[in-house]
Design a protein around this ligand. Structure first.
Ligand code: 2AM
Ligand code: CA
Ligand code: CA
Ligand code: CA
Length: 265
């Protein structure tokens, strides 16, 4: 399989998709709710996903596609080439702020991450990596991640994960939040993974995400020496929802051992 050609296509299409999103800022959005009143989707989320799918189907009819808005395939295996696409990650930010969202595209071969692209459309910043060939912000190579310790770390996580929650061990998050230098919430898993990749934050934790949320970010972070697992420290599952824990090397192991290990996640 010619991964270089797929990489070139993925970059071309993500740039085109970004241009479409920028044009949409002048239009009225059609906004609907999904699982609950705060879970939004717009006509642009759907149009962008369909745009990628038509490009991929035309160029690579044998490839499989997983997309958040459901226009792709429903997969029970990761065999072959699988595209994992989130047309707009951070839809709530897209609707309310017209910023702080990204397009996320991961390409996996037999379940192994090969290509990751995250496009911060508003800043015109394309973060991209191929496994084994370095990670870049536009044309500039990103530096390998350095080790960090909890008390000098900024953690990205949602406030909801520290609140009373019957499904998770939220109480275990409290000492971690207290020990860290600070916490931040940005509302886009893809951008939060980019913040880990660039060292702007030291770790990102989420209790529940889907493969299209973390597929691209995992390739980029791992390429820079960061560690990406679920909150139990296990390899991610790309066929269903999972928790996520992405961090600098060293920090990942110490947070896992000192704070997360006993948790029900
Ligand atoms: P989305 O904007 O593509 O839906 C918000 O903290 C982050 O969690 C975003 O990356 C958001 O992706 C993701 N997310 C995953 N499942 C979600 C859900 N059911 N409702 C809202 N955000 C969700
Ligand atoms: Ca969504
Ligand atoms: Ca998402
Ligand atoms: Ca989305």
């Amino acid at each position: 399989m010619n991964l270089d050609q797929i990489y070139a296509h993925a970059k071309e299409w993500i740039n085109e998709a970004g241009a479409k999103i920028r044009l949409s800022f002048n239009q009225t959005l059609n906004i609907e709710t999904k699982s609950n009143a705060n879970d939004l989707v717009t006509n642009i989320d759907k149009e962008i996903e369909q745009f990628f799918i038509s490009k991929i189907r035309e160029a690579y009819p044998a490839h499989k596609i997983m997309g958040e808005e459901g226009f792709g395939d429903s997969l029970d295996s990761l065999e072959g080439i699988v595209w994992m696409i989130d047309p707009i990650d951070g839809t709530l930010n897209f609707v309310h702020q017209q910023r702080n969202f990204a397009i996320s595209v991961g390409v996996y071969e037999n379940g192994v991450g090969k290509i990751g692209l995250i496009y911060d459309v508003v800043h015109d910043e394309l973060y991209h990596a191929t496994s084994g060939n370095g990670a870049y912000l536009n044309e500039t190579p990103l530096n390998a991640l350095k080790e960090s310790i909890v008390k000098e770390s900024i953690l990205a996580l949602n406030a909801t994960w520290v609140m009373e929650n019957h499904r998770i061990d939220h109480k275990l998050m409290i000492p971690l939040v207290k020990a860290a230098r600070g916490t931040r919430s940005y509302g886009s898993a893809a951008l939060e993974m980019i913040f880990v990749a660039t060292g702007r934050v030291d770790a990102y934790l989420s209790m529940r995400l889907s493969p299209w949320d973390f597929a691209a970010g995992a390739v980029i972070i791992e390429e820079l020496g960061g560690i990406v697992t679920n909150l139990r420290g296990e390899k991610l599952n790309f066929l269903s929802q999972d928790s996520l824990f992405a961090a600098k090397p060293g920090l990942h192991q110490s947070i896992l051992n000192d704070y997360l290990k006993e948790g029900k996640w």
